[in-house]
Write a protein that binds this ligand. Structure first.
Ligand SMILES: *Cc1c(COP(=O)(O)O)cnc(C)c1O
Length: 454
């Protein structure tokens, strides 16, 4: 269980869980605390885990989950499959093939059919964001917003543990076609050298921090060459800080990693670890505190982001406490997201109205230092759309929306209005307010989609 030890010492000795041990669907029966569940409960987990990717490590099991509070425990919900994640008819289909002990190929076929229904590629990212170099598409990269290039290193296409709500789940089910990954450091650097408008490189995954430091070096050291001076900000998206803080403390190449971060900072780059924190509980163990301290000692900044997810953090008090804890640890709250329209969204989604209320009530509880968290934001096809409020205009109740990021940079900061809908949970559920036929960007966005063949 989580130990509420507030330590800031650097000479503490960490010996628990220093060897990485991981469990996937096939090893569910070997997870010790699950033995106290009923066989039915364990079967339910297997059914879901045959459709949606499951992976958990010993640190999460031992130190983040409160096993006296199952199944409500938020970290249990964050990592373990739950029956409600599948529609009843899909659940029954998978349960049936498993009960019959059908061939692996049949289980796979049923799994794939169910997965196809779960919108594996939200927001047109497979078609619309792929950049070109010398007339060739670069499938391991995305360049949607002018300033920022996303890079998916091929060695970073898993995570230390999977989040049940992950929108990158399609990458983890072994279907090569569904992944975007790249192992071409050279291609990345050549693309960036040709695009002087790019100020930010965002390494993402999976989780780039599953990579050994020598792989990371291959991608990052080259960024200090003069022709890449314009790439000022290096961001690394990761869940490792909370799921495997050992990466920064006790792993054999942890010190090497910190040296790499320090070298980039000394080389004039802004280095930001974009850390995913879904709950303040993830920040309580002594080793995560030590990892935070060590990363910050390199000059890198930690920024925090996460979606609002039912069963995990759909509560303003959880967010307020999380942001306060982050600020206290020198971490910058960055984004509050709306849970994406993919995977197990039926289990996790929260109506936009409630998500907005959670944001507002959380922000009201914290000082300005924590109000750097923007949102709630939807990463939708046209851009990142923030819900600014719910109000009445001309006698009509509306959502007030704003582009935080736009496929066309000119859309950024523009306000627009959608008809109020208490049931809407995602951007695509929204229609223009005041009986208008389309949003201001609709025609332009449709043309962009057409051009990309999406
Ligand atoms: C969120 C996101 C970014 C980064 O946007 P910022 O607002 O700069 O954090 C870049 N590319 C894509 C595709 C994104 O979804």
């Amino acid at each position: 269980m989580t130990q509420l030890i507030k330590t800031k010492t650097s000479d503490e000795v960490f010996t628990r869980n220093t060897k990485f041990t991981v469990y996937t669907e096939r090893q569910l029966d070997r997870i010790e605390p699950l033995q106290s569940l009923t066989p039915e409960q364990r079967f339910e987990m297997r059914v879901v885990a045959n459709v949606l990717p499951f992976r958990v490590n010993q640190y999460v099991i031992d130190e983040l989950i409160d096993w006296t509070n199952i199944p409500a425990d938020p970290i249990f919900q964050l990592t373990f499959p739950q029956r409600g994640m599948l529609a009843p008819e899909d659940y029954d289909r998978m349960a049936d093939v498993l009960q019959r002990e059908a061939e692996r190929s049949e289980v796979q076929a049923v799994a794939n059919e169910i997965r196809e229904k779960l919108n594996p590629h939200p927001a047109g990212q497979q078609e619309m964001n792929v950049p070109m170099l010398d007339g060739e598409p670069l499938p391991g990269m995305q360049h949607k917003y002018r300033e920022t290039v996303l890079f998916f290193p091929s060695q970073g296409q898993v995570c230390h543990t999977y989040c049940t709500f992950c929108f990158r789940w399609a990458q983890f089910i072994g279907d090569k076609e569904l992944r975007f990954a790249s192992n071409e450091a050279d291609t990345l650097h050549r693309y960036l050298a040709k695009h002087k408008e790019v100020s930010d490189l965002l390494l993402t995954g999976g989780d780039p921090m599953v990579m050994k430091t020598h792989h990371l070096k291959g991608y990052l050291d080259g960024l200090m060459r003069p022709e890449l001076d314009h790439v000022q900000n290096i961001r690394i998206g990761t869940k490792s800080l909370t799921f495997w803080p050992q990466r920064f403390v006790t792993d054999p190449d942890a010190d090497e990693l910190l040296k790499l971060l320090r070298r980039l900072v000394r080389g004039g780059k802004h280095v930001a670890l974009m850390a995913h924190f879904n709950h303040w509980r993830e920040m309580e163990t002594p080793i995560v505190r030590e990892a935070i301290r060590r990363i910050q000692a390199t000059g890198a900044i930690i920024r925090a982001q996460a979606p609002v997810v039912q069963h995990i953090n759909d509560d303003p008090d959880v967010w307020a406490r999380m942001w306060r804890t982050q600020v206290g640890l020198g971490i910058v709250p960055y984004y509050m997201f709306v849970e994406r329209d993919t995977g197990a969204k039926r289990y996790f989604e929260v109506p936009l109205e409630r998500t907005y209320k959670i944001y507002r009530e959380a922000i009201q509880q914290v000082s300005g230092l924590a109000r750097t968290a923007r949102g709630p934001s939807m990463s939708a096809g046209p851009g990142k759309v923030e819900i600014q409020g719910i109000t009445e205009l001309n006698g009509e109740k509306v959502f007030v929306l704003r582009f935080i990021q736009g496929r066309n940079p000119d859309w950024v900061q523009r306000i627009f209005f959608a008809k109020y809908d208490p049931e809407a949970t995602w951007f695509d559920d929204l229609v223009p307010a005041f009986g208008e036929e389309k949003f201001f960007f609709t025609d332009e966005y449709n043309a962009m989609q057409e051009q990309a063949g999406a």
